[in-house]
Write a protein that binds this ligand. Structure first.
Ligand code: ATP
Ligand code: MG
Length: 560
């Protein structure tokens, strides 16, 4: 389970320490982050990025950024560019080591020819259906293909012609000749090359045979001199094949190590599913603030520091688990509490008229920018006769435990004055404004006679306020594990209330000076950030997280 403290030690670092002790790689530590450019990166990838680049940093080694772009059908520049932006934004540097698997296509093909020449690969005319029929099951062995015993020369000739484009997609494949009865299904003569008459976003039309993942990945690692090839648990069963290929070729052999992928409640961490949400317009693109993508989280207001902090606290394990979203949100709050300047903003305005305050007068009230950061200083907030407060900070007929504003009651307007509510103006049944008086002796928010009030409200001066649109985000899904709901499609569990747009908010004028993506706190309401679509005439803020931290409660439940 996740730890409140950053982890500096894990089983992967144990392996590396041991390899350094035995001088297995001559003191080198070289990792890589190998995304396929077929979607945007998500928080699970951030875990892998922090692990791979983090290890390189810790051991003064190297980490490559490598596009594993061996499948022409789903890949593209938009994805590759977004990946570059996201890894940089997270704060990692691959120096001059940005690599593309597609640059190794020639070499991968030559290695396949070598495999054929040593009798370890053959061209099979079986269709995909026949191949899977012959493969057997977990409990029954497979059967040899009738094409398995072709001569080396025939195989070389056929493979060459596959490459030359003489056959249609699916007509032939190149397969490794291993063991059709192997207990590990991945070892039952896996496909090495298939025919795909598709142009590749980088290699163009040069190729019509493309390598399969298992063939390509180990070769990429080997070519780049990777020492520790770190991947997620689902590749554990592929490791024997990874090793077999490299052993047959007799080339440099990195060590594959598997760790448990990150799973988070109330979201999905699968590129395919995220793509489905984007294509189906269930969200407004890959960077929608509800998405668990790095670009979505950036737009939501998560800082790269807090994402890295989260990744270091969750640690690295060998067993699958699903982590509470509340823990991620906790890490975001810890960071924002320290760094986010405070402002006042009103989401649902209720007009307050201060009857004993002169018409046309205005004052500048001193406000603390961030009580958690003594260097953040103070700012001036304008105050005048008409101000706004939140509608739900007032009740005409309050129940016992409601301590905020009510007729006849005195409260503090933060940093400003003690204010008493005298009259309620209504239109039909709706409260539309309150007439109040202030006590001029309480300027700054304290009474010289020492009298206390039970509540402090935030407020904004009507004459000075800026209009703003505020988007309140909630969980994208209504259940903890939408992807694990067997018979049901995960999209059935989308939360219909995952975003609420408030378009008549009033905020203090200082908000106008912020830049896109700047993060701040609206006092009493939560952490927010400036949306990249925001303009001076049309301010747009996204709620990052609410203030209330529910992690401690969740942790308590888990420990019971
Ligand atoms: P797919 O391969 O199905 O398209 P993927 O999420 O594995 O999806 P890759 O581009 O292959 O996408 O991922 C790049 C790297 O990120 C891989 O090394 C993968 O193991 C790692 N990774 C992917 N998802 C997670 C996760 N949830 N937690 C940790 N690491 C992950
Ligand atoms: Mg993958």
């Amino acid at each position: 389970m996740s730890s409140p403290e950053p982890q500096t030690h894990d089983f992967i670092r144990d392996i590396i320490n041991e390899d350094l002790n035995t001088n297995k790689y001559k003191g080198r530590v070289h990792t890589r982050f190998p995304p396929e450019p077929n979607g945007y990166l998500h928080i699970g990838h951030a875990k892998s990025i922090c692990l791979n680049f983090g290890i390189a940093e810790d051991y003064k080694g190297k980490c490559n950024l490598r596009f594993d772009d061996t499948n022409p059908t789903k890949e593209g520049d938009e994805y590759a560019n977004s990946i570059i932006e996201d890894v940089r934004w997270l704060g990692f540097d691959w120096e001059d080591r940005l690599f593309y698997a597609s640059d190794y296509f020639d070499q991968m093909y030559e290695y396949a020819v070598q495999l054929v020449k040593c009798g370890k690969a053959y061209v099979d005319d079986h269709s995909a259906d026949e191949i899977s029929k012959y493969r057997g099951t977990l409990t029954t062995p497979g059967r040899n293909s009738p094409y398995r015993e072709r001569s080396v020369d025939e195989n070389l000739d056929l493979f060459e012609r596959m490459k030359a484009g003489e056959y249609a997609d699916g007509e032939k494949v190149l397969r490794a000749k291993i063991d059709m009865a192997h207990p590990n299904m991945n070892m039952r003569d896996p496909v090495v090359y298939r025919i795909l008459k598709e142009s590749h976003y980088r290699a163009g039309d040069k190729w019509c045979v493309y390598p399969m993942y298992d063939w390509a990945h180990g070769l990429e690692d080997s070519i780049e001199g990777i020492t520790h090839s770190i991947c997620t648990l689902e590749f554990e069963n592929h490791r024997p094949l990874y090793d077999w290929y490299l052993d047959q070729l007799g080339v440099y052999h990195p060590q594959q190590i598997e760790f448990a992928p990150l799973n988070l409640t109330y979201t999905v961490l699968s590129k395919r599913m995220l793509q489905e949400l984007v294509m189906g317009k269930n969200v407004n693109g890959w960077d929608d603030p509800r998405m668990p993508t790095i670009s979505g989280m950036r737009r939501r207001g998560y800082s790269s520091t807090s994402i890295r902090d989260f990744c270091s606290r969750i640690g690295v394990a060998k067993v699958n688990s699903i982590l509470p979203m509340e823990f991620l949100e906790h890490c975001i709050r810890v960071d924002l509490n320290k760094t986010a300047p405070r402002f006042m903003g009103i989401l649902n305005p209720l007009k307050i008229i201060i009857d004993n305050y002169p018409e046309g007068k205005e004052e500048e009230i001193n406000a603390v920018n961030n009580p958690e950061d003594p260097t953040a200083g103070m700012r001036k907030v304008p105050f005048s006769k008409v101000v706004y407060i939140e509608q739900d900070d007032f009740m005409e007929d309050p129940p016992k435990k409601f301590y905020r504003f009510a007729p006849g009651r005195e409260v503090r307007f933060r940093y400003a004055y003690f204010i008493t509510c005298n009259d309620v103006v209504k239109d039909n049944d709706k409260v539309i404004e309150l007439h109040c008086t202030l006590d001029p002796e309480t300027r700054g928010g304290n009474a010289p006679d020492g009298r206390k009030v039970k509540s402090t409200l935030h407020w904004v001066s009507a004459a000075h306020a800026c209009d703003a649109e505020v988007r309140l985000y909630n969980r994208l899904f209504t259940v903890e594990d939408p992807a694990g709901q067997k018979v049901h499609d995960f999209k059935e569990f989308l939360n219909p209330d995952s975003v609420q747009v408030l378009s008549s908010c009033k905020v203090e004028p200082a908000l106008n000076d912020l830049d896109h993506f700047d993060r701040f706190q609206f006092e009493r309401l939560g952490y927010f950030c400036v949306d990249p679509d925001s303009t001076k005439d049309n301010l747009i803020f996204n709620r990052t997280v609410e203030l209330r931290d529910t992690w401690a409660k969740i942790q308590k439940q888990q420990n019971q």
